[in-house]
Write a protein that binds this ligand. Structure first.
Ligand code: G3H
Ligand code: 13P
Ligand code: ZN
Length: 324
């Protein structure tokens, strides 16, 4: 099974009322954890690579690890560029064999976003085989690569803009802003209510009204949610019990993501939850076994935690299990 693009995957997900998990990859253990989990759940999967991942691991290593995962699992896998900042990085990735790219011109003006997205689409669609392009309209709060968008500076996607944007760009999927946000601290405590018993922060709900309006205007068109980690409080607890200091980390509740996955949302991006799982496994191991110094032992536990998390996401949140 060679790498695939998102076209058929999203068509099936849209019709089937589930979403594909797009998990960020930065090293071998993360690639293995995601793809082994997907294999055990019989689920299609998107492995995505950010500019930060390319800088950390080198593109060639990431590409070869993803190829190894395909050979190892036989799964349909998309290799996707996450948050491509300009035409050149998209072109580089397309030339290197990525099957899907995101051009993120969401911080630019509407016309500039259209022009740049269109340029990437023309290049990607002329490629043989066809490379799919994700674009973005609206701005999420939080941290992505080196870009920090302060809470309050984010802006929801305007449903009035989406038809013109998709028609003029020819993009294959659209990332929208409906209240998700990047990172493990998605909402300021003052934006949330606090559970009186547990003290855990309860975030404001996603704007499903905007999603519905967008879906009406773009029937059958795949929508993408970035910043969709749930910041599992059990993992935060493990981290904090073993020397970590993550105060008021908060994510998007899983029930809301499950609801989104049943709708036009065909791709759900998860990175922070993987980081938390890896950190929980490593911190716990090193704290419990202070005499250990073999990375295979503690990074291995990190990998086990990531795999368990991805299986949970596939079965309880995305609903993409048994879809191959
Ligand atoms: O949306 C951003 C992703 O979480 C990637 O983050 O650039 O630190 O790899 P990164
Ligand atoms: P999280 O920070 O919520 O995991 O979002 C990841 C993401 O959107 C990657 O593009
Ligand atoms: Zn993102």
């Amino acid at each position: 099974m060679p790498l695939v693009n998102t076209k058929e995957m999203f068509e099936k997900a849209y019709k089937g009322g589930y979403a594909i998990g797009a998990f960020n990859c930065n090293n071998m253990e993360i690639v293995q954890a995601i793809t082994e989990a997907a294999k055990e759940c019989n689920s299609p999967v998107i492995l995505q690579v950010s500019a930060g991942a390319r800088k950390y691991a080198k593109p060639i290593y990431l590409k070869k690890m993803v190829e190894a995962a395909i050979e190892d699992t036989g799964l349909p896998i998309v290799l996707h560029l996450d948050h491509g900042a300009d035409f050149e990085i998209c072109k580089d990735c397309i030339d290197a064999g990525f099957t899907s790219v995101m051009i993120d011109a969401s911080s630019k003006s509407f016309e500039e976003n259209i022009a740049l997205t269109r340029k990437v689409v023309e290049y990607a669609h002329a490629h043989v085989p066809y490379v799919t392009v994700e674009a973005e309209l609206g701005t999420l709060a939080g941290i992505e690569d080196e870009v920090v968008v302060e809470h309050g500076a984010e802006s929801y996607t305007s449903p009035e803009d989406v038809e013109e944007f998709v028609r003029r760009t020819g993009c294959d999927s659209l990332a929208i802003a409906i209240g998700t946000s990047h990172g493990a601290f998605k909402f300021k405590p003052e934006q949330c209510t606090r559970d009186p018993e547990t003290g855990i922060l309860l975030p404001p709900p996603l704007r499903f009204d905007i999603l519905e309006e967008i879906t009406k205007r773009l029937p059958g068109f795949p929508i993408v949610l970035h910043g969709a980690s749930s910041v599992n409080q059990d993992l935060v607890k493990i981290i904090n019990e073993h020397g970590g200091k993550l105060k008021d980390a908060v994510g998007v509740p899983e029930e809301q993501l499950r609801k989104a996955a049943r709708s036009a949302v065909c791709k759900i991006n998860i990175d922070s939850d993987l980081r938390l799982a890896m950190t929980a496994g490593i911190r716990e191991h090193l704290d419990v076994h202070p005499d250990h110094f073999d990375p295979r032992q503690y990074v291995g536990d990190g990998r086990t935690y990531v795999k368990k998390l991805v299986k949970h996401k596939i079965m309880e949140v995305l609903g993409s299990n048994d879809k191959i």
